[in-house]
Unconditional design. Structure first.
Length: 279
């Protein structure tokens, strides 16, 4: 018979504490693995966003609406090459002109992208183009716009990630270089005074410019001296030049006044920037 005595069994409290330590160690390892996966997925997602930002934002299109606004639409492709799903991805956008003036801003609704998935997020921005808006120059001047994009996203419902970048967009104006020139006034046999007016510009917008451009010759005192009308049906890249005769109201002198133009299309209209009539 052996003289070896059996080791006493550890107390229950000690056994429970040891089990808790083991479980805590396992949980810590799992948390570290999960955190590593989240970090890796975040890096891969950021790379996918940056790869998308190096491309032209999914084919910008533009159109005018009935309330003197310009609507820009496009879609932005994003890859999620990470190992975790992306939840609540929303895109914020802001558009500024070459002088840094904010023209418009907006955001998209949240979407979900599965691990290894790819999606294209559509967005639409409206820009007011009235005479009181800083965006009025978009009607008559080509310019480089800066589009600021930022993404707020959550991984596996736990880890928030914020990304941002900037992209340039070349804007082509529908009335680029818009100018109105006048000839010398002449007098008809009935005493009516007429003046020839030539309008010229280039259509650089990626849409058909169909409608009528109406001009008012307004004196420095605010009276309407004459009216001009230019029907047109232009495609992108077409130069326009046309001369019309304005017959002036008796006693009304437009010199030193302004030319005020309004373009009326099939289902929209907008005013062009006022031009000064030289003395």
């Amino acid at each position: 018979m052996s003289d070896r005595t059996a080791r006493p069994r550890p107390p229950a409290l000690y056994r429970a504490a040891r089990a808790v330590r083991r479980i805590a160690a396992i949980l810590l390892v799992l948390v570290l693995i999960f955190a590593g996966l989240a970090t890796y997925s975040g890096v891969k997602f950021a790379q996918g966003v940056q790869q998308g930002s190096s491309q032209k934002i999914g084919g910008f299109s533009s159109q005018f609406t009935s309330n003197q606004t310009l609507e820009l639409s496009a879609h932005y492709p994003i890859n999620n090459s990470g190992l975790l799903s992306v939840n609540g991805l929303s895109i914020g956008l802001a558009v500024r002109n070459a002088f840094g003036v904010l023209l418009t801003e907006g955001s998209t609704q949240g979407v979900q992208i599965a691990s290894g998935g790819r999606t294209s997020i559509p967005f639409s921005l409206t820009i007011p183009v009235s005479n009181t808006s800083p965006a009025i120059s978009l009607l008559v001047t080509d310019q480089s716009l800066s589009i600021y994009i930022w993404a707020n996203v959550t991984y596996a419902y736990l880890f928030p990630v914020e990304l941002s970048f900037q992209q340039s967009y070349g804007w082509g104006a529908p009335f680029h270089g818009f100018a109105t020139t006048f000839g010398n006034p002449f007098v008809l046999p009935n005493g009516t005074v007429g003046v020839n007016s030539t309008v010229s510009f280039s259509d650089h917008l990626n849409m058909t410019l169909q409608g009528t451009l109406s001009l008012r010759l307004v004196s420095s005192g605010g009276s309407t001296c004459g009216l001009l009308s230019y029907p047109m049906d232009l495609h992108e890249g077409v130069d326009f030049q046309s001369t019309q005769t304005a017959y002036l109201a008796p006693g009304c002198n437009p010199l030193g006044g302004t030319v005020r133009g309004v373009f009326v299309g099939p289902d929209y209209s907008f005013a062009l920037p006022n031009q000064v009539i030289p003395q």
